[in-house]
Write a protein that binds this ligand. Structure first.
Ligand code: FEO
Length: 403
């Protein structure tokens, strides 16, 4: 049975959610599923904006057929050629053989790389600023390279100011009938997942995100329709997420506070982190957060790395070097271009090792990463003799947070 919603007169949401998928991109844990969004516009011409993942094809194709009300499909706009959105293009072409596929030259390059169908007679190639008249409405195309792949473009409906934003402004999480952010408690339930999605999927490409955002500075945006997560239709929600994107894309911390991240085999390195956290709290630092790298998936920790101004990284020496999961986390965060952060270190060793050196060398490859305080080295467990050094480090961190 179809499950659709009209988001504006003659614009119909035809997407669906996958609540079974455990790992998005086979990497990122999904605790509440994920939505794959797609939209039909009925005008003198009919348009479908993107398709969906293969996991929800049956529901999706039924939705599209219902939304078209017996009409054929004139255009399929391909804003993004990643399989979670393009897996049904061939099915759409088989059902509506005269459909024109709208994309840029890279779109069609990827299309032919992924699939066997070559439908060049039906390619409708667009470039920056091109317009497509549907009758009453007009679509305008803006290239958005690397947000999140090179071929990505966004489609702007000019009459009502609706932005079909591809992956941008999306979020993890299934949609439960309430497809609009203002129909449920978006700030509590979804905003963190919008950041985890942004940071882990698009976070590396902050400059590209800012370049695209500038294109829309002069255009009214009354509704944002992303490819994942809820549709934003109130001025408050649109402004909220646009402001967040500006902050995230420029790597500006949201909280002047401290994120403490540790690996700990037997609790001794954790003990040092706990001590520092309590000293920081005594000094008036609020919203402190501690993560154990062995317990929490990196995607959550890295998402919070976009929030906090300061990190403390603590690692035991393991095989004479940094603990594997700490190293993995740092490499992942750096590959996503984390920058503009203040970092302090704690290490633990029983007979030696180069964990501190490795962590410092890794973070020195990042941009605008400042090291705060003297690193503290624990010998096996925290003792009274460490108190002075830990207190001094906490004081240096507290001072740097208040700057
Ligand atoms: Fe949701 Fe970049 O694909």
């Amino acid at each position: 049975m179809h499950s659709t919603r009209e988001i504006k007169k003659d614009i119909i949401y035809v997407g669906a959610s996958d609540r079974r998928l455990a790992l998005f991109e086979n990497l990122f844990p999904l605790t509440d599923g994920v939505a794959y969004n797609s939209y039909v516009i009925l005008d003198e011409k009919t348009v479908l904006l993107d398709t969906v993942d293969a996991s929800i094809s049956m529901q999706y194709l039924e939705n599209v057929e219902y939304a078209l009300k017996g009409r054929t499909l004139d255009y399929l706009v391909i804003n993004h050629m990643e399989p979670d959105h393009c897996a049904n293009i061939e099915s759409i072409v088989f059902r509506y053989p005269h459909v024109k596929l709208v994309g840029n030259t890279k779109t069609f390059q990827f299309f032919e790389q992924f699939y066997n169908l070559k439908d060049q007679e039906n390619y409708y190639v667009v470039k920056e600023g091109d317009e497509l008249s549907l009758g009453k409405r007009t679509l305008k195309f803006f290239m958005a390279p690397m947000v999140h792949w090179p071929e990505v473009m966004m489609t702007y409906e000019t009459t009502e100011g609706i932005l079909f934003s591809a992956d941008a402004f999306g979020a993890f999480g299934a949609l439960d009938g309430n497809i609009f952010a203002d129909e449920f408690n978006y700030r509590v339930r979804t905003a963190d997942e919008a950041r985890r999605y942004y940071v882990n999927i698009v976070g590396k490409y902050g400059v590209n995100v800012m370049n695209v955002m500038k294109k829309f500075n002069e255009l009214p945006i009354n509704m944002i329709c992303p490819l994942h997560g809820p549709v934003l239709r109130t001025e408050e929600d649109v402004t909220f997420l646009r402001d967040k994107y500006t902050q995230w894309a420029t790597y500006e911390a949201e909280e002047k506070s401290v994120l403490l991240i540790y690996g700990s085999m037997y609790g001794n390195t954790e003990n040092a982190i706990s001590y520092i956290a309590h000293r920081l709290a005594n000094k008036g630092i609020r919203n402190i957060r501690i993560y154990d790298v062995s317990k929490t998936d990196p995607s959550y920790i890295i998402s919070d790395m976009w929030v906090y101004s300061n990190f403390v990284i603590a690692s035991p020496n393991y095989n004479g070097d940094v603990y594997f999961k700490v190293e993995n986390l740092l490499r992942e965060a750096l590959s996503l271009s984390i920058k503009k952060r203040k970092v302090s270190f704690v290490t633990n060793f029983s007979w030696g090792g180069k964990a501190l050196k490795t962590m410092q060398e890794l973070l020195e490859t990042g941009k605008d990463i400042e090291f705060i305080g003297e690193p503290v080295e624990i010998k096996s467990s925290v003792k009274e003799e460490n108190e002075e050094a830990l207190e001094a480090l906490a004081e240096a961190i507290a001072q740097s947070v208040s700057v």
